[in-house]
Ligand binder design. Sequence first.
Ligand code: AGP
Length: 615
Amino acid sequence: MCGIVGYIGHRQAYPIIIEGLKRLEYRGYDSAGIALYDGNSLNLSKTKGKVSDLEARSHAEMPIDGSIGIGHTRWATHGVPNDVNAHPHYSNSGNLVIIHNGIIENYDAIKKELINRGYTFQSDTDTEVLVNLIEEIQKQEGAKLGKAVQIALNQVVGAYAIAVFDKNKPNEIVIARLGSPLAVGVGENEFFIASDASPFIEYTKNAIYLEDEEMAIIRLGKEVKIRKIKDDSLVDPYVQELQMNLEQIEKSGYDHFMLKEIYEQPRAILDTFRGRLLSKEAIIKMAGVEDNMKKFLNADRIIIVACGTSWHAGLVAEYIFEDLARIPVEVEYASEFRYRNPVITENDVVIAISQSGETADTLAAIKLAKSKGAFVFGVCNVVGSSIARETDAGAYTHAGPEIGVASTKAFTTQITVLSLMALRLARAKGTISSSDFRRYLIELELIPNKVEKALQSDNYVKEISNIYKDSRNFLYLGRGFNFPVALEGALKLKEISYIHAEGYPAAEMKHGPIALIDEQMPVVVIATKKGHYEKVVSNIQEIKSRKGKIIGIVTEGDVHVKELADHVIEVPETEETFSPLLTTIPLQLLSYHIAVMLGKNVDQPRNLAKSVTVE
Ligand code: AGP
């Protein structure tokens, strides 16, 4: 994980790097650092804590002058989060500085070798080993910085996005990537380097995304030269025009990104529909599906691989695909799938779901599936991300940047894309009639308005949050399409409020979790009209008999659950298939308000990072 930013040009680098790091804090926020070259000296400041801590410290301890610099916000892998382990790291001579996102797996062996040669180390990091390896190669081989970086990277095993600066070559920054993202913003006689394009969006719309195993020397007044790290061959840089704008990555008046993103869902789902859901013509157009229709129709099964919230979206998709398109679906944690020697054949279609498109386990699962001959389809939010590039075909969710660590609009737009796919395949397979297909399309098109309506429960959800904010445990129950929503509701609560929460299929309660229920236990039950309603109502009765506190998520106008539950939150009526798009909204709001009331850092919960680019 970690976020990296660099600048070389004619402006002051400091504000660009600090502001850029703030935008990348979703990638890690346990320590931060910056190195600036002011034309004479290389100055460095770093600290445990957030970029705001770095800002305060750097102002006090270094000149913040200079138009070349690199900065880093960290999510610790090797070495605890403290001042010393924060990046950038100097080489022993003090000539080189490096920032690194990733892990050097064989750092220990290299470190021993360097210690034998007289090197000393201040930190516990793998990164400090890499910068000294580069320095040693410079010494041994008399190599220029770019060449030394290349030789070093051919000796290391692991993943990296790095930027290295040498004060003896002060007109260039050398960058490289393997497994961690890296973008270069190309301006007028200036370059920006960052883990994603958000740090430079107001300066340039032109970006080059480095591919794995590529490195580049970013030199003032020169074109970006990209080379393959392994064989030194030159690669033609592909300059993309960015679609993102500044407003999308700002809070726009909301207290937190998470709340903004919850409220963006009606718009985000509409964007997901755009150009795909043509209800008047009664068609769904998805190029990635159309172009590979045979693969989908001839598939023995679909295997979905994902992690976290995206895995929950995959579980919802299992219900939808099997119900509508009658294709068998298996949903796998990517982290388990990649290591358990799964049976995969050329007749399998694998769907990889990922908001960031950078999740290391999902990426590895994709590579494994491809190596076995399966066709792999990606459902990603971040355009041009590693997963989007690694998959054979795919569909973007078009949710816009999701910055809050807790996934909200990514989840609903993933379900939207997967619903469109399932409907398209169902039509192609003839597993639903044309009248049903039309009915589904009309209903799907109404979802953004219904999400808007579901959001109106916000104040009431806030009141409920105030009642239960001090509970130590929560249980979430749902059935059918809403079982994964129960899992997602529990995940949202635990990740941002640090309250223990469990999600269960409602009927599983009696096989164990019911023992937990007493008057201290709030139980959130999704009990919408069409989803095994009577059965879920029986479960609610069982909770009530044991004095559990019941928060029901019900269909508008429900009377039955109202009589039993302590509180009910209504959502508009819809097809059961699409109900997760609505029932998830009050659960997002509940977790948000509880976390805010408990004074937690909603957008940057402890120990987490937005893109999990390490195993
Ligand atoms: C959920 O709120 C988390 N941010 C996390 O579970 C996330 O969904 C998971 O890490 C997968 O991320 P991805 O969608 O970017 O692959």
